[in-house]
Design a protein. Structure first.
Length: 421
């Protein structure tokens, strides 16, 4: 019988900040989105005083001042590295694991059925917290959906204390009844309204619903979800996630930009990021799309894009930057103040199956070795160890995302290591 454990890091971004600043423990803390716009992570203390997920910072000024809320900009380098440490720790508990997101992983515990799963879950929880400093919750059940549901309850229940095993629990019906239909993994707002209209308000009622009601609106997806709640596993572990169909990198500028030189720098930086993601996926792109747009809420709104068919699929940063800059030059209009620019890498394929072009003048093997070397250096020393002049190094760049309250990159930059006096 399949047994899954979902391990979820509690308030992950906030927890990462607390690892290196223990004085934040017990205090309301929020982490902001790009350009310090909205709250995207909240400590339990911040939730308790009424701060909502996604609430804009400008609406929170009074509550921040009143409750002395600690505010941080997103620090993706730190969060990514801490996530890697958590996942490496979890991999010691089972040979089969699916990394579901930056702060969640499914573990296959099917071969552990003869041991006390609650005790094993607590060992996982204790070890992760001891080795990484990140608190986690563990939900265990026969299906992914039930494991996710168990995890939700484990987070909130004082009795569960962070670990809940529903695999052979006599309290399963009670647990299902306590979870609202809209909180079930895979049920969106549209489905929640449909379920509510059919008097299905919690997970227990959804589990016991008939085929006709579910299939009418939710189709095969709904039936699988219903079966998962019945303990019939429909979603196996995905240890090799499917290859991405496209990669998009875009940013909204804090202040609108008119200069094409600044837009060139922004596009180059986004291509650089997209190319790194391509190579990490061991993919190459055949189509490059560049687009620009002004503020849609102001007069003289302007949006345009250009699609560039590459002669040979590529993940070479220099080649992609060159094509992107040429494309930007064709769609740029002087006199407009641009609020957003982005690049889309499409028509992706494996790097091992690149169709050659008779007229291609690029040494593809040399390009691959160069990109591999640059990536290795940036991983070992820091993401900005080797950069491209096209991104405008050493200049005041108004297009850059604002992180005015970002903590140090404690684990990825030698010059930002934590100092103990």
């Amino acid at each position: 019988m399949p047994i899954f454990a979902l391990v979820d890091c509690n308030n992950f971004y906030v927890s990462c900040e607390r690892v290196f600043n223990p004085s934040l423990v017990g205090k309301p803390v929020i982490v902001l989105s790009n350009n310090d716009g909205c709250a995207v992570a909240r400590s339990n203390e911040a939730k308790a005083i009424g701060i909502k997920m996604g609430q804009p910072l400008f609406q929170l000024k009074d509550i921040i001042k009143k409750h002395n809320v600690q505010v941080y900009s997103s620090n993706y380098a730190l969060y990514g590295d801490m996530s890697n440490r958590v996942m490496q720790t979890l991999s010691r508990f089972t040979p089969e694991m699916e990394i579901y997101s930056i702060d969640e992983a499914f573990l296959d515990l099917s071969n552990f059925s003869r041991i006390d799963l609650d005790e094993y879950g607590r060992k996982i929880k204790t070890t992760v917290e001891k080795w990484t400093g990140i608190p986690v919750s563990v939900g265990i059940a026969q299906t992914k959906t039930l494991a996710k549901l168990a995890n939700q309850i484990a987070k909130k229940s004082k009795k569960a204390n962070g670990v809940l095993d529903l695999s052979n629990s006599k309290y399963l019906d009670k647990a299902l009844a306590s979870v609202a239909a809209g909180d079930i993994w895979g049920v969106g707002r549209r489905y929640e309204k449909f379920l509510s209209a059919n008097r299905i308000n919690n997970a227990l009622q959804l589990r016991d619903a008939g085929d006709d009601v579910i299939k009418k609106k939710m189709g095969i997806v709904g039936l699988r979800l219903r079966n998962e709640l019945r303990g019939l596993s429909c979603y196996p572990l995905e240890q090799s996630p499917p290859r991405k169909k496209s990669i998009t990198v875009s940013r909204t500028f804090k202040n609108a930009i008119e200069s094409i030189d600044e837009l060139y720098e922004a596009v180059a930086a986004y291509v650089l990021s997209g190319a790194e993601k391509l190579r990490k996926e061991k993919s190459v792109a055949g189509i490059l799309v560049v687009y620009v747009m002004t503020n849609r809420f102001q007069e003289n709104y302007y949006y345009n894009s250009i699609t560039i068919n590459l002669p040979v699929r590529s993940s070479d940063t220099s080649e992609l930057i060159r094509n992107a800059k040429e494309g930007l030059g064709k769609i740029y209009k002087k006199g407009y103040r641009y609020k957003k620019v982005g690049v889309l890498l499409n028509d992706l394929g494996p790097e091992t199956a690149v169709q050659a072009n008779f007229f291609d003048t690029v040494d593809r093997e040399r390009s691959k070795k160069l990109m591999r070397t640059i990536d290795a250096i940036n991983v070992d020393i820091g993401s900005d160890a080797i950069q491209y002049g096209a991104v405008g190094l050493g200049r005041d760049q108004s297009w850059k995302t604002v992180f005015n309250q970002r903590s140090a990159s404690y684990t990825t930059h030698w010059d930002q290591l934590l100092r103990v006096g």
